[in-house]
Design a protein around this ligand. Structure first.
Ligand SMILES: [Zn+2]
Length: 241
């Protein structure tokens, strides 16, 4: 089973992974949080990350992407309150700075610049997708790191897909692409929309890997729409090493 969506690109100086239901809840504020720190410790140590170094966000479904460094290590690692506020994505060009976002249906987008090197992870639910958080992430990589979009490698985590994600009819006016109509109902594919937005930024289609996992249909993943308030969260983490 895939848990590193950048694996096919053969990363040498970064670790990247998303967790599954079997790894347990990774959130310190949603779902059953009793074992979350232990779950993080176990999952992250398996990929060479000290869970106490983790940088997490108070995600708000916006499009703010925050540049982080060693100084931010541990923000949100041991308690939710110390997470970096009002942000839905992280970028860094520093080594050993593990950045995480938490999801249960929303898409995680991993971005890697092998030349600099630099890396980032974004939280793209439909609201952030509507605001085009991918374009903001790519723009910031160009501005801060001089990244060239045609060199960037992108991997997607699991998300709810058009098989299961029904949306209101008025979504049609905001999303010209990635909506599927079936029997008069509208369904949305967040991953497809983000893929298109990334290509519009100059990312090559062959440099985007989508594992094609639907969190609602596949019980190996937490799904907020299926499990409501009880849903745990998966972690998507990337770190330069
Ligand atoms: Zn589905």
């Amino acid at each position: 089973m895939i848990n590193n969506p950048l694996e096919k690109f053969g990363l040498k100086d970064a670790v990247c992974a998303f967790s599954r239901r079997q790894d347990g809840n990774m959130s310190l504020c949603y779902g059953d949080i009793q074992g979350s720190l232990e779950n993080r410790k176990k999952f992250l140590s398996g990929i060479g990350i000290d869970y106490r170094d983790l940088i997490c966000a108070k995600q708000v479904h916006g499009k703010t992407v925050t540049y982080v460094t060693q100084a931010n290590k541990g923000s949100g690692a041991l308690d939710y309150e110390s997470s970096i506020s009002d942000t839905d994505g992280f970028l860094t060009d520093k080594k050993n700075v593990p950045m995480a976002i938490l999801t249960a249906d929303c898409l995680s987008v991993f971005i890697y610049d092998p030349r600099r090197p630099a890396a980032g992870v974004l939280h793209a639910g439909w609201r952030s997708t509507e605001k085009n958080i991918c374009a903001e992430g790519v723009r910031l990589m160009q501005e801060k790191f001089g990244s060239s979009p045609d060199e960037l490698l992108v991997g997607f985590g699991p998300s709810i897909r058009s098989c299961c994600f029904e949306v209101a009819k008025d979504f049609k006016s905001n999303f010209g692409f990635g909506l599927v109509e079936r029997q008069g109902r509208i369904f949305m594919d967040i991953a497809l929309i983000n893929q298109k937005q990334l290509i519009e930024c100059g990312i090559k289609e062959e440099n985007i890997f989508d594992p094609g996992i639907c969190t609602f249909s596949d019980n190996d993943y937490f799904s907020f729409r299926k499990e409501a308030e009880g849903a745990g969260r998966m972690i998507s983490v990337i770190m330069l090493k």
